[in-house]
Design a protein around this ligand. Structure first.
Ligand SMILES: [Zn+2]
Length: 217
């Protein structure tokens, strides 16, 4: 059976401190710079000919793609929420489920993607429901690990809505795992972050699980 350590993609032991210190520093690169020259160098390093027709524009496409996939660095939660916080008497679970998540793992710069479910229990205030997917996107469009992405979304909802509780559950497939072999194609990683009432009350978590599975409670 394949284990993580059998795969060069995941073999942390193969990377020494000397390797890390020996990486050529491209110190002149600043945030926002065009990375086309770096991509061109990478193509050469893997044995490709960056001048051939099919690759000639690739460095520029990768630059555009990387900027789009990491645009969350330039966005703030407050700007996205934009005062869409409203008074409400609703004091029960609000759930937006099956939010598409597309992110890049910070260990391999490979995609991970799947669904997020974001729930909260209002304490006098609700947030415009379309804002929850947008909050998720701010943090997904950065280099991430799924565990941290889950916590960052939960904390952001907590800070802007001040609810009685927040629950974020994310289910994703990670290309850095899936591409290793046929055995891992169907695997997904599930993470959650619970705050306030959801952390304290198992009955609320059971209700939430039923809602996520589409059952009327
Ligand atoms: Zn990875």
């Amino acid at each position: 059976m394949t284990s993580f350590s059998d795969d060069p993609l995941m073999d942390e032991a193969a990377i020494t401190d000397g390797d890390i210190q020996g990486v050529v520093d491209v110190g002149g690169v600043k945030p926002g710079d065009n990375v086309a020259c770096l991509v061109k160098g990478m193509l050469r390093a893997i044995g490709e000919d960056p001048e051939r027709e099919g690759l000639a524009k690739t460095p520029f496409r990768v630059d555009q793609a990387m900027k789009a996939l990491t645009k969350g660095y330039a966005k703030k939660v407050e700007d996205v929420v934009n005062d869409a916080i409203f008074t409400s008497d609703n004091d029960d679970i609000v759930l937006v489920k099956d939010i598409d998540i597309f992110s890049l793992c910070e260990h391999h710069l490979l995609p991970f993607y799947g669904k997020a479910h974001i729930a909260y229990i209002p304490d006098g205030k609700v947030i415009g429901i379309s804002k929850l997917p947008r909050i998720a996107e701010i943090f997904a469009r950065r280099l991430q690990i799924q565990e941290q992405l889950t916590v960052e979304i939960a904390n952001a909802v907590e800070q802007v809505v001040r609810p009685r509780g927040v629950a974020v559950i994310i289910e994703c497939a990670h290309m850095c795992m899936v591409m290793r072999g046929i055995q891992k194609v169907g695997s997904t990683t599930v993470t959650r972050s619970l705050l306030g009432a959801f952390k304290e009350d198992p009955a609320l978590r059971n209700d939430l699980a039923r809602m996520i599975h589409g059952e009327a409670v």
